[in-house]
Design a protein around this ligand. Structure first.
Ligand SMILES: [Mn+2]
Length: 329
């Protein structure tokens, strides 16, 4: 039976009383963080205390910027004393998604992932929605709450990230929520969070990439050697795609005794996923889509094929393998 938003909101409010100590458990990303902020706002002055707890370690620079700029208070799950809470809420996940979640009996689950077998007094799962932030925006509107700039900015950024700027599955509801939130956001904060995709320590890899890049026609190849985080390869591969004449960028690095190769192209010519599979599917894992792909190869599996300590030789080997398999010169 489909319930109206205001009916759902009434049932949600019925679950709580002024003495409740509430724990919201999340796998922190923009959508879960902002959805937890919205739950906190809905229950403001209606319960004794609300704590938001993250089960993961937050590393992404945009997520860190969001937490800092929007003044979000998160407590890692390892620091939580479960006994001091009497109500448990989950947003943007379901208990099956992570073993840590199994410790709790959730009263409330609000999510947009495909529905698993869930139990709880209040379940609102809408798999067609682009973001949980959209569902939370509907609750705020039903409660006649005008979101403060920081909350609105968080929800706005969450919808942008979870729908990849509306390139992924989106409903008219997501667009409506986005439009509503837009009136309440702080544009500078939103832009600042979105732009914060680098860490200072990443800059040295950009220097290395520009110095070491091999260009062949419209393709750019770079091998970065060892990296502190495989996301650096992704950032640099995307960076080279910003050059107007480049239609392929292939960036590799070594992380945790594995060779990571990131493939990016303009999506108009060869399928990046196929090239990755044909080139490296036999020596490691490889896969992706038309314009994005990734391959991971254990160094132990290629140590007899190439001297990976010599970075020039290693890059030559990678280029050869890609061109041979892709049937190009
Ligand atoms: Mn989400």
């Amino acid at each position: 039976m489909a319930l109206s938003v205001s009916e759902r909101l009434r049932r949600f409010y019925d679950l709580f009383s002024g003495n409740d100590n509430i724990l919201i458990v999340i796998d922190a990303d923009p959508d879960s963080i902002s959805s937890a902020m919205a739950v906190k706002r809905l229950l403001w002055r209606k319960v004794a205390n609300i704590t938001i707890s993250n089960i993961n370690i937050i590393k992404r620079p945009d997520n860190l910027a969001m937490i800092r700029l929007l003044d979000v208070c998160l407590v890692h799950i390892d620091e939580i004393d479960e006994g001091s809470f009497n109500r448990f809420i989950m947003v943007d996940s379901q208990p099956d998604h992570h073993e840590v979640f199994a410790r709790f009996n959730f009263d409330v689950i609000i999510d947009h992932h495909p529905e698993t077998d869930v139990k709880g007094s209040f379940i609102d799962i809408r798999p067609k929605y682009g973001a949980t932030a959209t569902i939370m925006t509907e609750y705020l509107r039903a409660a006649k709450i005008k979101p403060a700039a920081k909350l609105a900015t968080g929800l706005f950024y969450a919808i942008k990230t979870d729908t990849s700027n509306f390139e992924r599955q989106t409903l008219i509801e997501d667009i409506r929520a986005f439009q509503f939130l837009f009136r309440h956001i702080n544009t500078y904060l939103a832009r600042r969070i979105e732009q914060a995709d680098l860490k200072l320590e990443f800059l040295k890899y950009f220097r290395r990439a520009i110095q070491n890049m091999h260009r062949r026609k419209n393709k750019i190849y770079v091998h970065l050697g060892s990296v502190v985080n495989p996301d650096i390869c992704v950032l640099i591969a995307d960076f080279f795609m910003r050059i107007d004449s480049v239609n392929w960028s292939i960036v590799s690095g070594i992380y945790a005794k594995k060779l990571i190769i990131i493939f990016r192209n303009d999506g108009l010519r060869r399928n990046a996923g196929n090239v990755a599979r044909l080139s490296f599917g036999r020596v490691g894992s490889a896969g992706g889509h038309k314009s994005m792909a990734r391959s991971e190869i254990a160094l132990a599996d290629i140590k007899d094929l190439v001297d990976y300590k010599n970075e020039d030789k290693f890059l030559t080997w990678i280029i050869k393998k890609i061109n041979k398999r892709a049937g190009e010169k």
